[in-house]
Design a protein around this ligand. Sequence first.
Ligand code: GLP
Length: 242
Amino acid sequence: MTVEVLDDHDAVTARVALEVSRAVAAGPLTLGLPTGRTPVALYGRLAAAGLDWSRVRTFNLDEFTSLAPGAPGSFRAFMDRHLFTRVNLRPEAIGFLRGDTADHAAECARYDAALEMAGGLDLLLLGLGANGHVGFNEPGPTLTAASHVVRLHEDTRRANADGFGGDWRRVPAAALTLGMRQILGARRVVLLATGASKAEAVAAMADGPLTTACPASWLQVVRDCLVVVDRAAAARLGTGAV
Ligand code: GLP
């Protein structure tokens, strides 16, 4: 794991945009994508860059249960708004977990098989939960390799309240997420985290032991993993505070 500390959110965005732009330009590319506040500026920058996305396939990390694709608050609506409708990505090249299916297990199996058929992820962009989650792989006694349904922690629902009028109780209590196998199996991972609220998770991820209490700590086993953080998120690195 290589950690780069840059001045601020803008610098982190510019750095990661460069990485993604290079990969998109080099295509063909199977790209894993996160949602959240952190990558919004990144997607804006990528959309404005005029890149050719015709040889890119995408797989998003996660989706809330019970929401139809494109429903307000859904991650699919978020991605449509910030990236998908703004670049020439082929609609059939967009992979997404469907949260509104009756059989979540079958939907997760379908998604894992589709990603497997695509050859796995060449590049996976990740955000970081303040509690150390990646995708929606939440801290707990165990982690899960395959895509699966997860009950969301209350703090995670609170962190996602923006898409639901600011009311965390309206955030679905469960989600589907890519599991640790596809995340750790990505040929390259680039994680971005900014702001003081991520400082503890960044330190646990990069300096701490591998533990299910911090799912992101397992990224230490990924051969090619670049972590790009701003100074605020890096504040507890190297302090021995883990
Ligand atoms: C969300 C998403 C994650 C994301 C994280 C951080 O719950 N499921 O994929 O990386 O939380 O979000 P933010 O960037 O808003 O801090």
